[in-house]
Design a protein around this ligand. Structure first.
Ligand code: ASP
Length: 582
């Protein structure tokens, strides 16, 4: 039981040191103590505990568990208590019970130094089985392996594990600290924005919600982007929200169709202002047990990031940068190398694993020559071209780590700003058209504004991403606040119908202040902080990677009668088998 107790000590340490308040877990209820609270100082006290039976041994003792810890309970063996003995010896594991008894020291030699309550035990006087537990689908012990599908089907049981308790409680505390920093120290206003809205151009695919007006649908917003900008027009000045966002992006292993952002917007701010705010926010809310983080975070341009790491979210915890070895190889007589270099912008790049890091150092090479359609010869290397090298770098790191080398220390946190993104990128499906690298409300870099009208592909933007250990954990931008410029971007560059955004365009004409913001992906951030294998481990009720709730079985069929008010008919006949067995 070292593992859960270590988690708990860390967690309570965090609360005590950061909150500096005494938490009363026993207010309003009839227990005197939690199962993690009793120490030798309590010896002699009569206590009442509530909890679940973690295990029970031969009618002699049991271990009671609640959110805070474990306490050993001694079952009385004398005749006068025979009914208590019978009750507790027969109760199945995970039944929920009340026990009342006296705290005593464990007999010498029987203390358990790995348990915070390991010096004491409670000698039961009376007990009550509040609810018995039927045969479990899996044991509630962190070290017992179970499939994720089963864990999700019985999520309420999985939530009883110390690991999930720890993850959700730490998440709650971090959000609490963030609120404190934003609202109490810096005057931000927590505003809720609608989740029933309408389609927004660009960006992710949105979920539709039918309405009673024939043919009309709401959309669930992919983020509160438009509302937060409109709040700036409304003079709110500093907004934040723990915002639920929705993206119908289909099956992706580590994405959720609904997820949470710490969403922020400020008036009269520049890029550096937003960056300092986020650094301060993370430093203030960072759990002490995860070490400290140093600010300001380093910064890298998009171009540098692609060239050195082959990605716009580089993992900077280790070197092995991509290097251009074309010049070095130019005089070689290796045919395929010469062939690669004969292209107009042909290069040969390599990742070097330094001698000594592994006994037989190895080097990967990959040819990288431009495809004239993707990268016109005057433009810098594109993400597409660099990403093969970037993946290779990460794969090399995986290989080296599998061979026993530690490249990425799990206790180390490398934050990084990636800046100076291009404002537009070639559309993935149709490379002759442009799409926003961030979203269509992002302002051009001040020194590139005139290029917007002459050569939009060359414009850098005021978009910044926050990267942590190779994961994008946030992104934002300074916004366009001129209606004329916003209209130009939508209509002339992105070829979007600006009519759907007429409310926003009009608002910009009524004295909209210059403004900018950012959103942090809370689920991903917390999963990195707790070193969880998946973001599902920091969400109470996550969806499967196919977007299903395996516990309640959502989404589900509805009857034709239920669809009628929405003027919707399912056009294909539902085969009976399909309906019964989706
Ligand atoms: N709304 C943006 C997003 O969800 C963040 C921002 O620009 O503030 O990525």
């Amino acid at each position: 039981y070292l593992y859960p107790n270590v988690l708990h000590q860390l967690y309570w340490g965090y609360r005590e040191s950061f909150l500096c308040i005494h938490l009363n877990f026993n207010s309003f209820v009839t227990r005197t103590n939690t199962c993690g609270e009793l120490r030798s100082a309590h010896v002699g006290q009569e206590v009442t505990l509530y909890g679940w039976i973690q295990y029970q041994r031969q009618g002699l003792f049991l271990v009671l568990r609640d959110f805070q810890g474990l306490t050993q309970i001694i079952i009385p063996q004398d005749e006068a208590h025979s009914h208590v003995k019978k009750l507790l010896s027969n109760a199945p594991v995970e039944s929920v019970v009340r026990v009342t008894g006296t705290v005593s020291l464990r007999p010498p030699g029987q203390e358990n130094p790995k348990m915070p309550t390991g010096d004491i035990e409670v000698k039961v006087e009376t007990a009550e089985i509040l609810n018995s537990c039927k045969k479990l689908p899996f044991e509630i012990k962190d070290f017992i392996k179970k499939t994720e599908a089963l864990r999700m089907q019985y999520r309420y049981l999985d939530l009883r594990s110390f690991q999930l308790q720890y993850n959700l409680r730490l998440r709650s505390q971090i959000v609490m600290r963030m609120r404190e920093y934003l609202c109490n120290l810096h005057g931000f206003v927590d505003v809720e924005t609608p989740t029933l809205f309408k389609r927004t151009p660009g960006g992710a695919k949105e979920f539709l919600v039918p309405s009673r007006e024939a043919g009309k649908f709401y959309s669930l917003p992919q983020s509160p982007q438009q509302f937060k900008q409109l709040l700036m027009v409304g003079g709110l000045d500093r907004y934040f929200q723990v915002a639920r966002c929705y993206r119908d992006e289909g099956s992706r292993p580590d994405r959720q169709p609904e997820f949470t952002q710490i969403d922020i917007e400020m008036s009269f701010v520049d890029q550096a202002g937003i960056q300092r705010l986020i650094e301060g926010l993370l430093q203030y809310s960072w759990p002490e047990e995860r070490g400290s983080i140093t600010t300001p975070f380093p910064s890298m341009t998009y171009e540098e990031s692609l060239a050195d790491y082959g990605t716009d979210k580089p993992d900077t915890r280790f070197g092995m940068k991509i290097v251009d070895i074309s010049d070095f190889l130019r005089r070689s007589d290796i045919r395929f190398v010469q062939n690669a270099l004969s292209y107009p912008r042909g290069t040969v790049k390599a990742i070097c694993i330094p001698q000594g890091m592994v006994s037989d150092a190895f080097t990967y090479c990959l040819y990288n020559f431009p495809d004239s359609e993707i990268a016109p010869s005057h433009s810098p290397p594109s993400l597409l071209q660099c990403s093969a090298l970037g993946s290779l770098r990460l794969e090399s790191a995986d290989l080296l780590e599998a061979a026993g080398l530690v490249l990425r220390d799990p206790t180390v946190f490398h934050f990084l700003w990636v800046v100076d993104f291009p404002l537009f990128l070639p559309n993935e499906e149709n490379p002759t058209e442009l799409e926003s690298a961030h979203h269509p409300f992002t302002a051009p870099h001040p020194s590139d504004t005139s290029l917007l009208y002459s050569d939009p592909t060359k414009v850098r933007s005021q978009h910044y991403d926050l990267v942590l250990n190779g994961n994008e954990v946030g992104g934002g931008s300074i916004r366009i606040h001129s209606a004329e410029q916003q209209r130009f971007v939508l209509e002339k560059v992105l070829k979007e119908d600006s009519e759907v955004l007429s409310h926003l365009l009009e608002a910009l004409e009524f004295g909209a202040p210059p403004h900018g913001g950012i959103a942090l992906g809370l689920d991903r951030l917390i999963s990195l902080i707790v070193d969880a294998p998946s973001i599902r481990d920091v969400i109470a009720f996550p969806k499967s990677f196919k977007g299903r709730d395996l516990m309640g079985n959502a989404p589900d069929y509805v009857t034709p009668e239920e669809l009628e008010p929405y003027h919707i008919q399912v056009s294909w006949p539902l085969a009976e088998k399909e309906a019964k067995n989706p």
